[in-house]
Design a protein around this ligand. Sequence first.
Ligand SMILES: NC(=O)c1ccc[n+]([C@@H]2O[C@H](COP(=O)([O-])OP(=O)(O)OC[C@H]3O[C@@H](n4cnc5c(N)ncnc54)[C@H](OP(=O)(O)O)[C@@H]3O)[C@@H](O)[C@H]2O)c1
Length: 236
Amino acid sequence: MKLQGATALVTGTNRGIGHEFARQLLHRGAKVYATARRPELVDIPGAEVLRLDITDQSSVDAAAEVAQDVDILINNAASTAGGSLVTGDLDAIRLMIDSNYYGTLAMIRAFAPILARNGGGAIVNVLSAVAWATVEGNTAYAAAKSAQWGLTNGVRLELASQGTLVAALVPGLVGTQTLLDFAEREGLELPEGVVLEPAEIVRLALDGLEAGSIEILDPLAVETKAALAGPPRAIF
Ligand SMILES: NC(=O)c1ccc[n+]([C@@H]2O[C@H](COP(=O)([O-])OP(=O)(O)OC[C@H]3O[C@@H](n4cnc5c(N)ncnc54)[C@H](OP(=O)(O)O)[C@@H]3O)[C@@H](O)[C@H]2O)c1
C-alpha cells in the first residue's frame, strides 16, 4: 500500500502511539485526519483534526460523513486500564470490550464502504502481544485484545473481496506514558531492551503496511506468538 498521496484516518491521536502514527503518515506524504475525543488536545501541524469517540455511534457516523476520501484506517484508540477479570470493576471490563472490540468494529463497519469506493485501501488494527498471553494486573485488557485479534482475522476474510488489506499491528511493550504509569502502579519492572519507542513501532507498522503485510510484529510479539504452542503464560 502506497502511503505517498494516500488519505489516512487515525483514532486516538492526542497522545501516545496514535499521535506518532499521524505525525509519521504526514511525513510519508499522506493526508491525515487526526481524530480524538478531545480534538482541542491534538497538536499535529498539517493534519485535519476531527472529534471522534469510537464508542459513540453518532460520533463514528459523523466522522465517516466528513472523511469520505479515506483509504487507510488506523484503529489505534482504546482504553487500556481494564484491571482484574475476577475481582475488578465490571464497568471497567465492559469498557475494555466497548473500545477495543465494539469501537474498532464500529469504525470498520462505517469505513468499509468508503474504502471500497476508494479502491480497497487498508485497515490497521492496533492489537497487543498480550492478546496471545495475558498480563498480571490487567487481565481484562488482555482478554479484550484477544477478542480484537479474532475480529481482525474475521474482517480480513470478509473484506478480501473488496480489495481491502486488513493488517494487525502487534506491539509488545511501547514506552508511552500509559505503559510507564501502569508499570509504576503495579510495581512491575519493565524488562530491559524490549520496550520500543512509539516512533519505532510506528515506523515498523508503516513499513509493514507499505510492504502489504497482514501481521506486523515487534520482537516481543514474535516471541509471544511462538510461545502459543506451549502452556498459557503472562507477559512480565
Ligand atoms: N503502550 C503499549 O505498551 C502498547 C502495547 C501494545 C499495544 N498497545 C495499543 O496501542 C494503542 C495505543 O496505546 P498507547 O500506549 O498509545 O495508549 P494511550 O497513550 O493511553 O492512548 C490511548 C488513546 O486512545 C484514545 N481513546 C481511548 N478511548 C477512546 C475512545 N472511546 N474514542 C476515541 N479515542 C479513545 C485516548 O484518548 P483520551 O486521551 O481521550 O483518553 C488516547 O488518545 C492501544 O490500542 C493499545 O492497546 C499499546
